[in-house]
Design a protein around this ligand. Structure first.
Ligand code: ZN
Length: 391
């Protein structure tokens, strides 16, 4: 059965809101800039020296009203669950003591609960979440109920009511609605908590800079938004903030795709969601040819049978196949959730990001001997698993 999703969960509108009331702003749409990540809105985060993670602060606009112990589950618990769901799906929940490199985590990001938001006039370096069932978003097609996110990535920085979640999911239309346009969680026998989890994971995808998958310009016709049931009469109105960087082909398993039939039922990141996440937030191994010759930079390579973490740089300055490579001690600042391994002369790089002057242009999976790299590794030897293209 095809899931039909409403605009409200997923609508991203260029709009600013005062503390008192939402105010419509002129709509700015860039019709060609559709897709996946919006790479100029990615977060630039600093490493927390205690957790060794890239901390993205989260605060609550109305914490006092969500600290009750009346609801079941309590909203106090739901606040905790929000961060748990977001971190487990998108972030680094590994323990630095037992996993100092962060290897295997989804990214190096950690959404950190900072409690009550400061006043709107006070700058906050992260995202501001409002919990409300009634704070509608004013749009040209009418007022839309929560949940929604108003911007992508770092454009949410200090944005008042930037993310609006509804803790009272059992009354929310994502849970209750069941009609030709949208089959909600209840009709799919999805529990209220799992429904809430699905919403949280999707919205935090927007928080990290991800746009809706179905808005890619290379989206197959069958997956266009109207066919997926978004109650949006105009392709111009539905998603006004688009990505500008496509990674891989259209991915209907993406948590950001309306047409993903399991998005509410089984809210997990797709393979390409994870790859894309790591490309931007995991400090993965990368290769560039910006200097006219290949330079491979590996933040963490686990060496020998003891898997001692080191950093590694390989380059061929003469462009003649005479690579030099340098190991250096990996510090705690050189975490990578995509660590390479080097054992008995074999260098295994789980994923290799190809960049051109700071822009990601491809992703590859490589297992290769050091001698292969030294003797044969060339630009032409790179075959992309996924191609990243701006649009
Ligand atoms: Zn969305």
């Amino acid at each position: 059965m095809k899931i039909k999703l409403t605009v409200c969960t997923l609508l991203i509108v260029l709009i600013t809101v005062s503390v008192q009331a939402a105010v419509n702003q002129p709509i700015v749409a860039t019709p060609k800039a559709k897709a996946f990540f919006r790479d100029n809105q990615l977060w630039t985060l600093t490493l927390n020296t205690k957790t060794h993670k890239y901390e993205l602060p989260v605060c609550w606009e109305n914490l006092a009203t969500i600290s009750d112990t009346v609801h079941h589950p309590t909203w106090k618990q739901r606040r905790i669950n929000t961060l748990n769901y977001a971190n487990t799906a998108w972030g680094d929940v590994t323990n630095f003591t037992t996993n100092p490199t962060g290897n295997g985590s989804a990214s190096l990001i950690y959404f950190a609960d900072k409690g009550t938001c400061p006043l709107a006039s006070v700058s906050f370096s992260g995202i501001r979440i409002l919990v409300s069932s009634t704070a509608t978003l004013q749009t040209p097609i009418g007022n839309l109920p929560p949940p929604y996110t108003k911007a992508l990535g770092k454009n949410l920085t200090n944005l008042v009511y930037g993310v609006v979640l509804d803790f009272d999911m059992i009354k929310n239309q994502i849970y209750t609605r069941n009609d030709a346009k949208f089959i909600g969680c209840k009709a799919q026998s999805i529990s209220e908590e799992n429904c809430f989890k699905a919403v949280v994971i999707h919205e935090f995808g927007h928080v990290l800079g991800m746009s809706h998958e179905q808005n890619r310009t290379d989206e197959p016709l069958v997956y266009q938004r109207l066919s997926c049931g978004a109650n949006d009469p105009s392709p111009v109105l539905g998603q006004l903030i688009f990505g500008n960087l496509r990674i891989g082909a259209y991915d209907n398993q993406s948590i950001m795709a309306y047409c993903n039939p399991n998005r509410l039922k089984s809210p997990v990141l797709s393979v390409i969601d994870k790859v894309a996440l790591r490309v931007f937030y995991a400090r993965m191994p990368s290769v560039s040819f910006d200097l006219g010759y290949p330079v491979i930079t590996i933040p963490v390579v686990l060496t020998g049978s003891t898997r001692a973490p080191k950093s590694m740089t390989l380059s061929d300055p003469t462009n003649t196949g005479k690579y030099t490579y340098v190991f250096s001690l990996a510090s705690t600042a050189t975490k990578s959730s995509v660590a390479a391994t080097y054992l008995n002369g074999v260098l295994t790089i789980p994923f290799l990001k190809k960049t051109s002057f700071g822009k990601v242009i491809g992703i590859q999976k490589r297992t290769m001997t050091l001698s292969y790299i030294i003797n044969k590794f060339r630009n032409t030897s790179l075959t992309d698993l996924y191609t990243a293209q701006g649009q």
